[in-house]
Design a protein. Sequence first.
Length: 396
Amino acid sequence: MTDRFTAILELLRAMGASISAAMATVGAGLGRLRVQLLVLAALVLIAWMIVRHPPFASVQRGEIAVRTNLLTGQVSQFREGSLWVIPGLQQVRYFPTRDQIYRPAQSAKANGEAPFQSVEGLSLGVDLTVRYAIDPARMASIAKTLPDELDDVIEPAVKGVVYPLFAGYTVKDIFTTRRAEIQKAIEEQLRPKLAADGFLLRSVQMGEVDLPRDYRLGMEKLLAEELESEKMRYTLELKDKEVKARALEGEADKVRRQKAAEAAGEEQVIAAKAQEEAMKHVLPFKQKQIEQRRLEAEAEKVARIRSAEGTADARRIEASGEADSRQKLADAEVYRLEKINRATSEQMQREGALISQNPLLIQKTMADKLSDKVQVIIAAPPAEGGFIGSNLLGAK
């Protein structure tokens, strides 16, 4: 915006200088004040014209501007930004660069203002969506011829293709089986027509198909009857398949039983032959078993006899060993007693000899025995050579 005002000021300054020079040449005889007033009035008039009719334009995002020179016919294109536009000399038109959508609302319903016609002559509505865009490469050449509303070009082109095309199909084809074919045909016929006017066709989509009420009711009834007929046909086919399946099951069951009986007979024959063949081997085996059991019994008898003899011999040996052991124990006990008696006799002899040599040893021994019970003993002295405890014991 600052650049714009700077450019405007520069323009005003240049125009003021030109007007001052012209006024100086034309009104050389006028007074200086009068010339200045005229210059100021001219500048004010120029400024008012600039504000009223700005000499620049802005191009928004998603738009393209086409500037046409009204004198020379020269055409220029501009993207986003600003451009100079001289009022009365240049003209600017804006066109969208984004894809546009056209939907013929008057033909969307069967009872609308301009419904489509089928080959049967029935009215029907189709929700069509035409997606298109202006060809940027041809923008400069078609800018002069394009109307202000782009739909004024798209609508007749679409109607010129769609109406004749739908008129060649039945209603059933349009809303059921041949929708994709019809949509492809519309695109193929509409693309060159729009390209001739400078438009690029992106796609054509067929939405909801609105049928006449009577036709819809008839179709629903027909569909119901067809569904009922299909249901009956499938039911009959199912019943027929069930009958065939049961027949096949019966045949299979019959064959299965025959095969089972044959197999059972063959099994019995094979079992009998196998049993007969087995008996040839079983009888010798049984005889061998009987002989083996007899031999095992004899062997067990001999083993028992030998075991009994061994047990008796062991008991005799044990009894003999026990007797020998007891004899040896008795001899050992006799020997021990003899040794003890001999040791006791020898000890008594030694003690008698010791007492004979030391008579007071008996008194000492008695005192030692009574020392843990009597702490002080008071007794009369014994007779000469007598026992010290004789008075205590009452001995004479």
